[in-house]
Design a protein around this ligand. Structure first.
Ligand code: ARG
Length: 585
């Protein structure tokens, strides 16, 4: 089913052609959702933009468009306001028809993308032997939601975990473990990530202060890169240990990812440098091989180099990203590549993209995008820390969210004098706690910093996961009370829109397609959160004003139909945010 916006655009184009000639087929009719409900539901300012070209006043142009505009089956008679805005208000009959159609569709009438693409979403990407931190949590939550939305829209999405599993840190770590804890390098499962992180810290300290240690570490890296068996086994064990811990978080958060870490691209790195050389882009700078960048300068105004091979022959983070980009374009045949990291890496990506562009590796039909996000802050507005001032471990943070959700729930059960099984309480607490963390992150514009507050994210009022989950559970309780299987209602529930609250809810239910369509481009999950929040609000208002079970037919079935559509829309929308609903809570 084409969205209302889509249909209106087509009708406008037809009117433009009828009024001004066939060369207007390509003109953007500029139909958008109305900025204010007092202007109706949709509006177009196209007459203003055509005034110069047509040499007529916008008002006259608007009159001609409206004269040729055939929207009687969709809207009330269009009105012209101010200098020439065209305002459209949807007809209740049209809305009813649409709602009755989407009811019978498992996809709720939501169209797939007209041109499905092969998309790579590079997200999460923690570093081996280091703790996954809140930045990786944001990348994981945002990346997963973007991937889910694009998948739902019909794109072919490859979710890649570009883990930091290669590089000098392994030389250091292996060297340190050889003397401090050799068993860890030969036997699986003797360390957990916490130990590993501690060893990493100690190794780093030695590396910074001990010349001989540094030398041995460098030698160890060379050995590892050359494929020496003992070094390789040690490296593999370290990776496996980290991976196991990361997996705990992914399982908890229901995240699917294909791991393809930096090491994967290692064999491809020399060729990146050779090819840059052949293209004449490579220059030497203090023994390092680099590409001088356009538009990036140092304090003295000289162009900055992007180092692709250090003077000791080693390669960099950027070299790996160049190799990865080539691989993703040529082997994976990606048409769109999305990188989800904190805003601090914006320059890194801009530089890598520039070199890929200048070397001709980035071909025309491929779009590369860095999707930056802001910092997670503690309630004091500073970097999130534990009470004792350490970095917060993800596992602890998620456990704490679940514990807080549980405390809230227990208080509520007591107040309502309700008894529930331990299994039920644990399940609800887990879903609410984790959803709250995800939703708090996703509901912010991702580019801004956000303040992490258990209290805020768990409140039942406002733009939070619990609020949304409640709206859903509330609907399910209606069906329980009335002993009605909402799912079975299907197309039999003829929806009628009589009360204002019904009309408002009905309109909103039909707008999800437009939101998802826009999100394919701007990749801002907070727009979906906002949509769902407004949906819950509009539903709650409807529910307060319109009795459902205690009303007569045909209203009763119609209202049950609206309830069901709302529940399905909430469930679908939340699932695209990686949030699971609860039938009861
Ligand atoms: N491992 C990196 C980090 O922790 C993120 C990697 C992002 N992806 C990429 N292709 N560079 O900051």
């Amino acid at each position: 089913m084409n969205s209302t916006l889509e249909q209106l655009k087509t009708r406008f184009t037809q009117a433009l052609v009828l009024a001004f000639g066939s060369h207007f087929t390509q003109t953007d009719p500029m139909v958008v959702p109305a900025s204010n409900p007092k202007f109706g539901d949709y509006q177009s300012n196209v007459s203003l933009s055509l005034a110069k070209q047509l040499g007529q006043s916008p008002r006259v142009i608007a009159e001609q468009i409206v004269k040729h505009l055939d929207v009687t089956d969709i809207c009330q008679i269009p009105t012209i306001a101010g200098p020439g805005f065209i305002n459209l208000t949807l007809e209740a009959e049209y809305l009813t028809k649409q709602l009755n159609t989407i009811q019978t569709d498992p996809r709720l009438g939501l169209e797939r993308a007209k041109h499905p693409q092969r998309v790579i979403v590079d997200f999460s990407s923690p570093n081996i032997a280091k703790e996954m931190h809140v930045g990786h949590l944001r990348s994981t939550i945002i990346g997963d939601s973007i991937a889910r939305i694009l998948e739902f829209q019909g794109h072919d999405v490859l979710r890649l975990n570009h883990v930091g599993d290669w590089g000098t840190q392994f030389g250091m770590l292996i060297t340190y473990l050889r003397e401090a804890y050799p068993l860890a390098l030969t036997t699986a499962d003797v360390l957990d990530l916490g130990d590993l992180v501690t060893f990493y810290r100690q190794a780093k300290q030695r590396f910074d202060n001990d010349e001989e240690f540094r030398e041995t570490s460098r030698h160890e890296v060379v050995k590892l890169q050359a494929g020496a068996e003992d070094s390789h086994r040690a490296w593999r064990l370290l990776c496996e240990q980290s991976r196991r811990e990361f997996q705990v978080i992914y399982d908890l958060l229901d995240i699917q990812l294909t791991e393809r870490g930096e090491s994967f691209y290692n064999p491809l790195l020399p060729k990146v440098v050779q090819d840059l050389e052949k293209l004449g882009l490579l220059e030497e700078d203090n023994g390092a091989n680099c590409v001088f960048l356009e538009g990036f300068t140092n304090k003295q105004g000289q162009p900055l180099p992007l180092i692709v091979q250090k003077s000791d022959g080693g390669y960099n983070y950027a070299t790996t990203d160049l190799a990865a980009l080539r691989y993703r374009i040529h082997q994976d045949e990606a048409e769109r590549i999305i990188y989800v990291t904190d805003g601090g890496q914006a320059n890194h990506f801009a530089q890598v993209f520039q070199v890929a562009q200048r070397s001709g590796w980035l071909i025309d039909n491929v779009e590369v995008l860095h999707i930056p996000f802001g910092l997670v802050q503690g309630e004091n507005g500073k970097k999130l820390k534990t009470r004792s001032g350490e970095t917060v471990k993800l596992r602890d943070l998620l456990d704490e969210a679940i514990a807080c959700a549980r405390a809230d729930m227990e208080a509520r059960l007591k107040e309502e004098e309700r008894e529930e099984t331990e299994q039920f309480i644990a399940h609800v607490a887990q879903v609410v706690g984790l959803s709250a963390v995800k939703y708090a992150d996703l509901s912010q514009n991702r580019t801004s910093n956000y303040i992490f507050s258990y209290k805020k994210m768990l409140t039942l009022q406002g733009n939070t996961a619990p609020y949304m989950l409640y709206a859903y559970a509330r609907i399910q309780s209606i069906s329980r009370k009335g002993n009605i299987d909402l799912e079975q209602l299907g197309g039999d529930a003829k929806i009628l829109l009589q009360e204002d609250a019904e009309l408002i809810l009905g309109k909103h239910l039909l707008q999800l397609g437009e939101v998802l369509h826009d999100m394919e481009q701007d990749l801002l999950p907070n727009r979906l959160c906002q949509y769902l929040y407004e949906l819950s609000q509009k539903f709650n208002r409807f529910f307060e004003q319109c009795p459902v079970l205690k009303t007569e037919e045909p209203q009763r079935t119609s209202r049950l139909g609206l309830c069901n559509l709302t529940a399905r829309t909430l469930k679908l929308g939340l699932s695209l945010l990686g949030i699971q609903v609860l039938e009861r809570m």
